[in-house]
Design a protein. Structure first.
Length: 83
C-alpha cells in the first residue's frame, strides 16, 4: 500500500544582506535548478518566484524529510550552483 501525503509550505528566503543578486537573466536558471533539486529530494514545487533579493517557494515536502534539512539543502546547493 502506498502512503499519501500532501503538506504545503510557503518558504521565503533572502540573499545575503538582501543584496540584489538575482538578476532577471539568471532567474530561470536558478528556478529550474531549485525545481530539479527539490524533485531529487522527493518533494514537489507548486509555485516559485521572487525578486532580485529573495525567493518564494510553495512546496510539498515528504514527511520523511525535515523542513530544516530541505531548506538547508536548497539554499546551500543553489548558492553554490550560482557561484
Amino acid at each position: 500500500f502506498m502512503a499519501l501525503w500532501r503538506l504545503y509550505y510557503h518558504l521565503v528566503w533572502a540573499t545575503k544582506e538582501r543584496q540584489s543578486f538575482i538578476a532577471p537573466d539568471i532567474e530561470p536558471k536558478l528556478y529550474n535548478y531549485l525545481i530539479g533539486k527539490a524533485d531529487a529530494l522527493g518533494s514537489i514545487i507548486h509555485a516559485i518566484g521572487g525578486t532580485d533579493n529573495h525567493i518564494h517557494l510553495v512546496t510539498s515536502i515528504p514527511p520523511s524529510l525535515s523542513i530544516a534539512n530541505f531548506v538547508k539543502n536548497l539554499k546551500g546547493s543553489s548558492a553554490h550552483h550560482l557561484n
